[in-house]
Design a protein around this ligand. Structure first.
Ligand SMILES: C[S@@+](CC[C@H](N)C(=O)[O-])C[C@H]1O[C@@H](n2cnc3c(N)ncnc32)[C@H](O)[C@@H]1O
Length: 244
C-alpha cells in the first residue's frame, strides 16, 4: 500500500520510520512518500501561501502548488489514489474509516498549515478528515496518525495477523485488560484465571472484562456493537454481580 503526504515539511515522513511501520517501509510493504508543494513553484521565494482576500490574520495555502503536486503524484503511479484533505472541519477519523481506507491501493493526505487552504483546494480531494475537535498547527501529525492507523491494517505489516482482531474499536467494543510478568506487583496479583491454562474460561473472562470496560468507559459503544446472546448474558451477569 502507498501513502502520499503533500506537505511543506516533506522531511516529516522520516519520523514515521520507527517500529513495525518503519520495518514495513524498509521492506517495501508500505511505501510512504512526501512531496512539497514548493517543488511546484517557480518564483524566487518558492511561495505556497498568500494573504487572504478580504483581509484578516494569517496566510492561506494557494491552490496552484497543491493542484500541481496532486497532478504530479497522479502521473507517477498507475493506481488511483483516495485524496484526503486534513482539516478540523472534516469528518471525524475513526476505526471504520481506517478499515475503509486500508482497502485503497493509495491514500494521498494533503496537510495544511497557517490559516489553512484556499477554498478551491476542497474540490481537488475525495473527502475531508479531522482528527478531532481541536486545532493543530498543521496536518502532518494528523497524516501520521492516519498512516499508522491505516498502515497497520495493510497485509504484512503486523507480525501476528490476529493481533489486530481483538483491539479496542475493531470489534466495536474496548479490549479486555492485559497482564504480563511479574505475577504479583506491589501487592496486585494477576487474576488467577489467566494462569489456569483453561483457554475457554480465559476467553470467557476476557470477553466479560471487555464488556465491563466498555460499559464503564464507553457505554455509547454498546448501543451499536454487534453483541450476541452470550454477550448479553455476560452483561446481565455484570449487572447481577453489582446488585449483590
Ligand atoms: C491552524 S490549522 C487551520 C485551521 C483553520 N483555520 C480552521 O479554522 O479550520 C492548519 C492546518 O492544520 C491541520 N489541522 C489542524 N487541526 C486539525 C485537525 N483537528 N484534524 C486534521 N487536521 C488538522 C489542517 O491541515 C489545517 O489546514
Amino acid at each position: 500500500m502507498r501513502f502520499e503526504l503533500v506537505t511543506i515539511f516533506p522531511e516529516f515522513v522520516e519520523t514515521l520510520r520507527v517500529g513495525l511501520l518503519g520495518k514495513a517501509m524498509d521492506a517495501g510493504t508500505l511505501e510512504v512518500v512526501a512531496r512539497s508543494p514548493r517543488e511546484a513553484t517557480t518564483d524566487k521565494h518558492r511561495s505556497v501561501d498568500a494573504a487572504p482576500y478580504g483581509g484578516g490574520s494569517g496566510m492561506v495555502l494557494m491552490p496552484g502548488p497543491i493542484a500541481e503536486t496532486l497532478e504530479a503524484l497522479d502521473a507517477e503511479r498507475a493506481t488511483p489514489s483516495r485524496k484526503i484533505l486534513l482539516t478540523p472541519q472534516g469528518t471525524r477519523f475513526d476505526q471504520r474509516t481506517a478499515e475503509r481506507l486500508a482497502q485503497e491501493p493509495c491514500v494521498t493526505l494533503v496537510c495544511g498549515r497557517y490559516e489553512g487552504f484556499d477554498e478551491r483546494i476542497r474540490g481537488m480531494v475525495d473527502e475531508e478528515i479531522s482528527l478531532g475537535d481541536f486545532v493543530l498547527l498543521g496536518g502532518e501529525i494528523a497524516a501520521a496518525t492516519i498512516v499508522e492507523a491505516v498502515g497497520r491494517l495493510a497485509p504484512g505489516v503486523l507480525g501476528n495477523a490476529e493481533s489486530a482482531c481483538e483491539e479496542s474499536h475493531t470489534t466495536g467494543i474496548l479490549e479486555y485488560p492485559h497482564y504480563t510478568r511479574p505475577s504479583e506487583f506491589r501487592g496486585q496479583e494477576v487474576p488467577a484465571i489467566l494462569k489456569s491454562g483453561d483457554h475457554a474460561a480465559i476467553a470467557r473472562w476476557r470477553r466479560k472484562e471487555a464488556l465491563r470496560r466498555t460499559r464503564d468507559r464507553r457505554p455509547d459503544l454498546l448501543e451499536t456493537a454487534a453483541l450476541d446472546a452470550t454477550d448479553r448474558k455476560l452483561l446481565a451477569e455484570l449487572e447481577a454481580e453489582e446488585d449483590r
